[in-house]
Design a protein around this ligand. Structure first.
Ligand code: GRF
Length: 189
């Protein structure tokens, strides 16, 4: 059995797509959904999918080993970040080498780093008159959006596109690719 923990801070559409993708697979389990945001939409999605939810705060994430110990006690094989807004503590990165992955809604290394998340990314892409955008799935290290890139997919950005138009295209790419890439990484472990 391969066990996945998904971290999300927001709506959780990617977490939901990943959980739905693996639901028919008896050899893969979404063991935990973890969030730092008690209002996160991912909590409702997890409840609907009957997935265990853990809500934690900044203090326990950065000043205790509670979350790390929980992941180890649950024998988690792969940590998947899906719209998770906090930097991963070094102890967690060190405990899961090449076993933490993230999805970023742009073609890194462009439009990455601190503060580059959600609509801020799409607004920056439109403001820069980019002709394309896309998604980047990468391993996670101690710095935002700087780990080794695993997969990228792109989409055109039209001159008439708003940030919302770009966001819609990006979400479609994410839902199309993230579950399959998670499976490919799992199979490589
Ligand atoms: C996605 O755009 C992802 O690329 C970024 O955060 C967003 C999460 O969306 N890291 P959702 O919460 O999965 O709907």
């Amino acid at each position: 059995m391969k066990r996945i923990a998904i971290f999300a801070s927001g709506s959780g559409s990617n977490a939901e797509k990943i959980a739905e993708y693996f639901a028919p697979n008896p050899d893969v389990e979404i063991s935990l959904i973890l969030t730092n945001n008690p209002q996160a939409g991912v909590i409702q999605r997890a409840r609907k999918l009957h997935l265990p939810v853990v809500v934690f705060d900044r203090k326990s994430f950065y000043e205790t080993n509670r979350i790390l110990q929980l992941l180890q006690n649950q024998h988690i094989d792969l940590v998947v970040l899906a719209g998770f807004m906090m930097l991963i503590p070094e102890a967690l990165v060190a405990a899961f080498p090449n076993r933490i992955i993230n999805i970023h809604p742009a073609l890194l290394p462009k439009f990455g780093g601190k503060g580059m998340y959600g609509d801020f990314v799409h607004e920056a892409v439109v403001a820069a008159s980019e002709v394309e955008s896309g998604i980047t799935i990468h391993y996670v290290n101690e710095r935002y959006d700087e780990g080794v890139i695993i997969f990228q997919a792109s989409c055109p950005v039209e001159p008439t596109d708003t940030a919302a138009n770009v966001a819609h295209k990006i979400h479609a790419l994410e839902h199309q690719h993230y579950p399959r890439v998670v499976e490919e990484v799992l199979n490589s472990l």
